[in-house]
Design a binder for this molecule. Structure first.
Ligand SMILES: [Zn+2]
Ligand SMILES: [Zn+2]
Length: 200
């Protein structure tokens, strides 16, 4: 699978071969636009797949990678269409100000969804995520909130709402009027268990 992808990737770059274009549309678009400041999605996807191969974790063979330029908070998504899996990655993760580790955390998160019985974040998916994180030092999270700092500050969508911990001062921003914003008294600070208060 990896060798196949890489072969196509090289062909795509050299000759813009038609079939390779399909497989590697993301890469070709990035090169065609001259966006050399972006992380190379297919390069890191191939790295992640090789890492899963080394652990013997079997992800879907029929994968397609696309870039989402609209999503404001979602970093990645894995959708099943027929027998094909489509992994959608936020363009924010491809920005070269974003650490490669964040991109690879999300790539692994989504690749693992394509494994057998792994569409939910429990059971097999959770066990695989823990195994991959432990083997390579990733932090493959079930959900990545703003506090997880997957994106650098300048790329973060501005928080419309915010609660602050009264003990340690940690701030937790949200773009939506979520439950913690409406009822901060029902929650505790994830860092020190302190009480939360809405400040925005
Ligand atoms: Zn997920
Ligand atoms: Zn706290």
């Amino acid at each position: 699978m990896i060798a196949f992808l890489l072969r196509n990737l090289i062909r795509a770059q050299n000759s813009l071969d038609n079939t390779a274009m399909q497989l590697c549309s993301v890469v070709c678009i990035l090169y065609a636009d001259g966006e050399v400041t972006m992380h190379d999605l297919m390069k890191y996807a191939a790295e992640c797949m090789a890492e899963l191969d080394r652990l013997g974790i079997r992800y879907a063979k029929n994968l397609r990678f696309t870039v989402n330029t609209r999503a404001k908070t979602r970093l990645g998504q894995c959708k099943k269409r027929g027998d094909q899996y489509e992994i959608e990655i936020s363009h924010l993760l491809l920005d070269d100000r974003t650490p490669v580790e964040s991109l690879k955390n999300t790539l692994h998160h989504e690749l693992l969804h394509s494994c057998y019985g792994c569409m939910k974040h429990t059971g097999r998916w959770k066990a695989y995520a823990e195994r991959v994180s432990a083997a390579y030092g990733y932090h493959i999270r079930r959900v990545a909130g703003r506090e997880d700092r997957e994106l650098p500050d300048e790329l973060m969508p501005e928080a419309k709402y915010m609660v602050r911990c009264e003990s340690c001062g940690a701030e937790f921003g949200r773009t939506k009027l979520s439950a913690v914003i409406q009822h901060p008294e029902r929650y505790r600070c994830g860092k020190c268990r302190g009480q939360l208060r809405r400040v925005k």
